[in-house]
Design a protein around this ligand. Sequence first.
Ligand code: ARG
Length: 458
Amino acid sequence: MAKMWAGVTAGKTDPIADDFNSSLRFDRRMFRQDIAGCIAHAQMLASTGIIDPEEGELLTEGLAGILEDLESGKLPFDGSCEDIHMFVEQELTARIGETGKKLHTARSRNDQVALDLRMYLRTERDEISVLIRDLLQVLTDLAEAHKETIMPGYTHLQRAQPVSFGHYLMAYAMMLLRDLDRLKDWKKRANVSPIGCCALAGTTYPTDRQLEAELLGFDAVAPNSMDGVSDRDFVVELLGVLSMLMMHLSRLSEELILWSSWEFRFVSFSDAYTTGSSIMPQKRNADMAELVRGKTGRVYGELMALLTTLKGLPLAYNKDMQEDKEGVFDACDTVKMCLRILAPMLASMSVRKENMLRAAQQGFINATDLADYLTRKGLPFRSAYKLSGQLVALCMEKGTVLEELPLETYRQFSGLFENDLYEAIDLKTCMEKRTSEGGTSVASVEKQIAMVRKELSE
Ligand code: ARG
């Protein structure tokens, strides 16, 4: 069949070139957006008198029929079509005849594809936001249950100070809250309609871009037609937001992998989310978390790939831009899969409080509190720090911990030590007393949970 664009050329291309050029195999997933855009376009054409009202209706009905048949699977995608836009138009003309050929008045595939992609990613953003909220729900519920569960907090992966497991989890909740906010913010810039920019320069027809934008739920129209058809900032920006989200999920996954190892044994996953080894019978691997960590790389890669694709492009549309879709589709799919697996995996994991406490008891993580005790008694912090260090060294030498060292020993180091020191370095006190804003105390964790829950209720 002759190409729809056959004009100057006879439209005869090598099948290899056709295949190379075609994007239908991946842009077909935008069929709903493409048809919605076509319907709005037909309505705009009719309302501005560019086509007759009856023609507008005929186009709309034809398009609605195509949508129905694609949804039900009755209509297969014709692989010989170059892309989803050509496919819909070809099918429409096959169904309703000559009028179908009027649909492409005052538009171009250049503004059409930019429109479809914006609408598609808008929906993806909504779905991803819902999934982030689901994960936030799990994290806050878990944090609530563990706001008093003591574990060692780390710096440099060395036991540092006691924190509650709830506080730890809420740190991840804060990251996700920012991701949610970034997605919200993304829409402000992304929800701008390119349709009506046409090929690059606008059109001589008396179109109504505002109407078309309103019909399709956009907040504004692109103010410059050349920018409108060639702007892919919204794709890059979404990939950036998703990369950051994946970075957070990957860090959480890394913790889950560590915590579930025999070295930590802080958590264990339900059988539903662990795998065994084909050779080592004792193994229970955190494959799901490893995959989340691993898949982060491909999302970063997709961001880099698109930035690189765009960097040398002159205005306006260039076919290079067809390369914008597969990466961002894959990124959205990947992010959704990761969010969907992490939520139930966390919700069903068992937390081994005893092991967390044991680890907290073994790393001298109350040494700062010992120094603070002396500081409260009047010793400058630097000197208190030094004394504490010497006491820790002594404990290490004797194979004991600060809590077990007798008062006489303490008093050999400083007369400031009294019996109340044991209360001051009790792990529970250490955690509880960190009441500074954003600290690990129960009250602070409760405040954080309330903050996230408020956001979730909106
Ligand atoms: N399939 C193309 C894409 O994904 C649609 C736009 C094609 N426009 C053009 N003038 N060839 O970018």
